[in-house]
Design a protein around this ligand. Sequence first.
Ligand code: ADP
Ligand code: MG
Length: 312
Amino acid sequence: MKRGMAVIFAAVLCLLVGCAPEEKTAQRDLFSMDTVMSLQVWGEDAQPAMDAMETEIRRLDEAWSVGNDKSAVSTLNRGEALTDSEQLELIARVQALSVRTGGAFDPQLFALTSLWGFPTKEYRVPTDAEITAAMEEHAWDLGAAVKGYAAQRAADVLKDYSVTHAVLSLGGNVQTYGTKPDGSAWQIAIRDPAGEGYAAVAAVEGTASVVTSGSYQRFFEEDGITYHHILDPKTGRPADSGLLSVTVICRDGLTADALSTALFVMGLERGADFWRESDDFEAVFILTSGEIFATEGVSLSGCSFEVIRREK
Ligand code: ADP
Ligand code: MG
């Protein structure tokens, strides 16, 4: 009897406050693409959707890893042609992004990144002659774009399932899907590139990619100098553009990832001009001085910042 009363009481309470039946949620951490990923999904199909996303991410890791002989990039780097239409399309899209960014995003820097030891983590500072020689080579490395592509594909997979909301974190890449469970905007923390915790919080509506590229993500030190993993294709050396990190908010994951790397290479001035010529993304720049600049479409809180406007 008591139990029956409790159920009715709960049902009445639900009617009064208008709450929905509890949705199934699933949370999974995995290691892929050389980084820790964390996936969180709400909805009736949360568990099977999670399995499908993990399968898709692992498939793309195999297809695009420079460390896998059978991957699409290894195939291209042996001088062999690709036949898979999805792979050909991705290559065409990264080439277009390279042209769009004036080469600041360059998907063919594998000789250079290898020379600095970034793929193997056997770091060393190369000589000028070695850098010049590696800049002549054009081997594929989609490390600056494939996580964003994978996050987007994982979100696309969710459309086949009864899933209402999801937030996926693939290293520095955050992909949202739908609204936050309470219907409000997602609050995405931007990591403090100079310390612990976060530097700012961006409010993001609906499905979007929020990708951060920063010098803090991978680096080594030699003779007191820090060398990080985002290279300026024009110098063959770590980009020295006065930035610690760039966050891009965009409806497309691949574009977000490629542009966050490109804007890091460009620096604040060129990056702001590039944004003025574009209409498909917003960006947050964190300078080595600690100052924060955000394009006018970003809803930013938790910090003081300057707004970059369309009109100069
Ligand atoms: P992360 O992979 O740490 O999230 P990025 O998306 O910025 O960061 O990608 C950096 C990786 O991309 C490097 O480790 C290297 O493999 C490659 N890379 C470095 N500089 C460039 C560049 N200018 N354009 C394209 N790829 C780059
Ligand atoms: Mg990138």
